[in-house]
Design a protein around this ligand. Structure first.
Ligand code: FE2
Length: 369
């Protein structure tokens, strides 16, 4: 176990590993059968391999062994966020990079999960369990198997979202790791509330959200089109599982993506996400949103439910014990958005009291929650 140490993470002299993309994540779940029913029977993820203790799942366009590992355990938590690196030598770079920072590092030639070879797991300086691998078993890419695609087919893993108490510290570390900011949220005083960072040329592989942490906020799977997200909502309704829907569907301002947030049987949050934009040019412009802009989180101005700001999953250290959670000391996004001292705006020139009365009431209700 390694507690989060305050202060900027030093920049290692060792070069970082070349991270290609977010590739998979491992969740500890308390009822494997219930989780299987949610991820396989309802959401339609494909079982690559399973036994009594673990289920390895993938999306329909994936060719590596898995994007999600569900593992039966006593406490619901995140066990790993996994990234694919470009070459086997990048694992040597990863070991040197993290060891220089004093992080706990483990390397297993046989991998930590099925279908993956030589792998490194670390407790990173932000307190998250991170895995890196290159060697993988290829499996059938089911992109053309439309006979197997359900309405709302999940085709790719898109990103992770992590809760961390000090967003600028997290951003600086991730930049040292080679990630680049595409969008963020700030206020006029320069407080940074969240940031979106990428390796692959989309809006993000990892978002850093300000809050008590380290905690796991969500992972996101992509669909091809937004109507497929609506199809997932319809299916959840038909199955009388509408209480799995936490927020949405809607359009994000940040990332411009269409979204839906679900909670799995253990409360782990999963986003369904589609249609963000290309960010691969070297001069890709960074978009900074005002924390008072009520279209940043939802382009249609719908308020964010308080649970979305406050609830997240524990994360495990490399021994399988939950990492201690450190409180955020900077201002919180929910507090400035719906707190007593701050109204959000739709048009930047609006005075706070120019909000329609019914909208003011809505934010006050949110504050009471
Ligand atoms: Fe997300």
């Amino acid at each position: 176990m390694s507690a989060v140490v305050p202060g900027r993470v030093p920049t290692p002299s060792s070069p970082p590993p070349d991270v290609v993309r977010c590739a998979s994540f491992e969740l500890v779940v308390t009822d494997l059968a219930a989780s299987r029913a949610f991820y396989v029977d309802v959401l339609g993820l494909v079982v690559t391999e399973e036994d009594a203790e673990t289920i390895h799942l993938r999306t329909l366009e994936e060719f590596i062994h898995h994007n999600l590992v569900l593992r039966q355990g006593p406490v619901a938590a995140l066990a790993a966020l996994s990234y694919r690196v470009r070459s086997p030598e990048d694992l040597d770079r990863a070991v040197a990079f993290y060891a220089e920072l004093g992080c706990r590092v483990e390397r297993r030639a046989e991998g930590f999960a099925r279908g993956v070879g030589d792998s490194v797991r670390v407790e990173d300086p932000l307190g998250f369990p991170i895995e890196l691998f290159h060697d993988v078993e290829h499996v059938e890419r089911l992109a053309w198997r439309y006979d197997l695609h359900p309405p709302g087919a999940l085709v790719r893993l898109d990103h992770f979202n992590q809760v961390t108490p000090d967003v600028p510290r997290a951003v600086a570390f991730m930049e040292d790791l080679g990630f680049r900011v595409t969008e963020d949220i700030q206020d006029a005083e320069g407080t940074q509330y969240a940031a979106w960072m990428r390796r692959k040329p989309t809006v993000h592989d990892a978002a850093m959200t300000g809050g008590d942490g380290p905690r796991f906020h969500h992972a996101a799977f992509a669909t091809h089109e937004k109507h497929q997200i609506v199809a997932i909502c319809d299916r959840l309704g038909a199955l009388r599982l509408s209480d799995r829907i936490e927020r949405g569907p809607g359009r994000h301002g940040i990332s411009n993506a269409f979204y839906l947030y679900l909670r799995d049987p253990d409360g782990h949050r999963v986003e369904i996400y589609t249609q963000d934009y290309w960010t691969g040019d070297p001069d890709n412009p960074v978009v900074t949103w005002d924390v008072h802009d009520n279209q940043r989180r939802d382009w249609w101005g719908n308020p964010v439910v308080p649970s979305w700001y406050t609830e997240a999953s524990l994360v495990l250290d490399l021994d399988g014990n939950p990492q201690p959670v450190v409180a955020r000391t900077d201002r919180s996004e929910m507090g400035v958005t719906i707190g007593a001292d701050g109204f959000s705006y739709t048009r930047p020139d609006d005075a706070p009291d120019a909000l329609p009365s019914w909208k003011q009431g809505e934010y006050k209700l949110g504050h009471q929650l």
